[in-house]
Design a protein around this ligand. Sequence first.
Ligand code: ADP
Ligand code: ZN
Length: 213
Amino acid sequence: MRIILIGPPGAGKGTQAAAISEKYAVAHISTGDILRENVRSGTKLGLEAKKFMDAGSLVADSLIIDMMRGRLGEADAKSGFMLDGFPRTVAQAEALSSLLDEMSLRLDAVILLEIADEAVVGRLCSRRVCSSCGAIYNTVARPPKADGVCDECGGAVIQRDDDKESVIRRRLEVYHAETAPLVDYYEKTGILRRIDASGPRDAALKCLEGLMA
Ligand code: ADP
Ligand code: ZN
C-alpha cells in the first residue's frame, strides 16, 4: 500500500499515520521527523534546513526531493509506505510522480485531512512531542502520565520550536499558498479522499479500511 497524507500543520497527520502504519505495517515516512533528526545530529542538510523550519517556511524543493529519493529507495519502503509531510508543493508532487514511474509503482490513495485554521492554532499551541521517539501529546487532551516524560520510551516531552503562535500562523499561510494547490492536483488523478480531521483519531485508518475492503 502506498499512500500520502496531506493536511495543514496540526491536522493530526502524525497521529493518523501512526494508526495506519501499525495496522498495515507500512513504513511511516515523515519529512518533518527526518529533517528534525538531521537538525539534531547536525548534518549538512540539518544545518541548511533549520533556519527555514524555525521560521515556519518550507525547505527548498531540491533538498527535500533528494532526501526523499534516498528514503524511498530504502529496504523498508519496498513493501509500501505512507508519506506524511511530502509532497508539500506541486514541484515535489511532480518529482514524486516521476520517481514512482521510474520504480514502476503507483499510489493507492491521497488522504486529505480537513480542519479550520483556528482549530489548528488551538491544537498546536498545546501540542507536545517526545524528543526521542516522536510520540505526540497534548497538554489538555492527552498529557503524558508523568509531567514531561514520554509514556512510551521515557524520553523528554517538549514543545517544538515551531509550535509558537506566530510561527503556527506563518505555517498556515505557507500551507494555503504552497500545499493546498496539491488538492486540485490529486483530485484530477481520482485518488483523493477527504476526511474531517476534527473527528476521531483513527478517521484516516477507517477511510483506508473502507478503500481496501
Ligand atoms: P507540520 O506539518 O506540523 O507543519 P512537519 O513536521 O511536517 O510539520 O514539518 C516541519 C517543518 O519541516 C516544516 O515547517 C518545513 O520547514 C519542513 N518540511 C517538512 N516537510 C517538508 C517538505 N515536504 N518540503 C519543504 N519543507 C518541509
Ligand atoms: Zn518517547
